[in-house]
Design a protein. Structure first.
Length: 319
């Protein structure tokens, strides 16, 4: 288990309980289970207390937790007959973006998502979930395919933002993001997006301009990272806590603002504590949203989606 900064007292308690159990395993006739169980109960209470009212900065840390389930984990658990599709047919394949065909609960779908990787090698291979232009153009190609064959689209968003490198800019990063966002608005099939970790800037919007957007309880979605915002506004990245508060990047704030449509509960302690339960909750929410959207005819679906984004921002925090 990887512990976050604010979880250090919890790490101490759980560590002591494990030490007692290790001593019991080594010593003959030593029964320390009662003491270890008491520490477990204290740890459970502390975990609930820590996660009861997380502030925006702590939610940001949880959203970035390396042990949270990633796009590939959701695909393995929720999608059967998975067939990955690669390349944008123009430049190359972007490993930060996964996409392909499969079945979600016996329904044929197209799935597109950001993949960050889960160890040093895979993170470098996946470019830490930061897509390049070819990633967005691959997504456009897959959305066209879905539209042609009448397949619903599911997008799983988990990115710090689009890759800001020189090569990406030379190949038209901003144009690719804009075209992907435009394609989201044009397709005539249900489009459901789930923010499973970080939803950073235009890199997230390019996949999340959907009919319905859901967010995991401790995920974040914002125009810029708290550190980037603090560097611009205060010239001091250490003011990221104040920036996180001002950005209103939590699922709860964004639900009030009408930016997202639903908040998906996570297990106590975050999705990283019980990935299987978190994935199950996401699967149930996707099924619910696709069920609602499946009743809407193509012209009405496109009209309602466009209207949703034209009206966004009309509802303020005071509403």
């Amino acid at each position: 288990m990887t512990y976050l900064e604010f979880e250090r007292p919890l790490a101490d308690l759980e560590g002591k309980a494990e030490e007692l159990r290790a001593l019991a395993r080594k010593g003959e006739g030593v029964d320390l289970e009662k003491e270890a169980a008491a520490l477990d109960l204290k740890a459970e209470d502390m975990l609930r207390s820590l996660y009861r009212n997380l502030d925006p900065w702590r939610k940001t840390l949880v959203a970035r937790h390396p042990d949270r389930p990633h796009c590939i984990d959701y695909i393995k658990a929720l999608i059967t007959e998975w067939t990955p599709l690669a390349g944008d047919r123009a430049f190359g394949d972007d490993h930060a973006v996964m996409g392909g065909l499969g079945r979600f609960r016996d329904q044929a779908v197209v799935v597109i998502g950001h993949e960050k990787g889960n160890d040093t090698r895979s993170r470098i291979h996946r470019n830490f979930g930061m897509a390049r232009p070819e990633g967005y153009r691959k997504a456009i190609r897959l959305m066209d395919l879905a539209d042609r064959f009448g397949l619903p689209v599911i997008t799983l968003v988990d990115t710090p933002g689009a890759y800001p490198g020189k090569g990406a800019e030379e190949r038209g990063q901003s144009e690719a993001i804009a075209r992907s966002t435009e394609k989201c608005l044009q397709i005539g099939v249900p489009l459901v997006s789930i923010i499973i970790g970080e939803g950073g800037s235009g890199g997230a919007v390019a996949f999340a301009t959907a009919d319905r957007v859901g967010m995991l309880e401790h995920s974040i979605y914002s125009v810029i990272s708290p550190e980037g915002c603090a560097s611009i506004l205060w010239k001091d990245a250490d003011k990221m806590r104040e920036a996180a508060e001002a950005l209103k990047l939590t699922a709860q704030d964004l639900r009030k603002l009408g930016v997202v449509d639903s908040v998906i509960p996570e297990p106590t302690g975050g999705a990283q504590r019980d990935p299987e339960e978190a994935i199950r909750q996401v699967g149930d929410e996707i099924a619910r949203l696709l069920g609602d959207l499946g009743k809407i005819q193509r012209p009405e679906l496109i009209r309602k989606r466009r209207q949703k984004y034209l009206e966004m921002g009309a509802r303020g925090l005071a509403a």
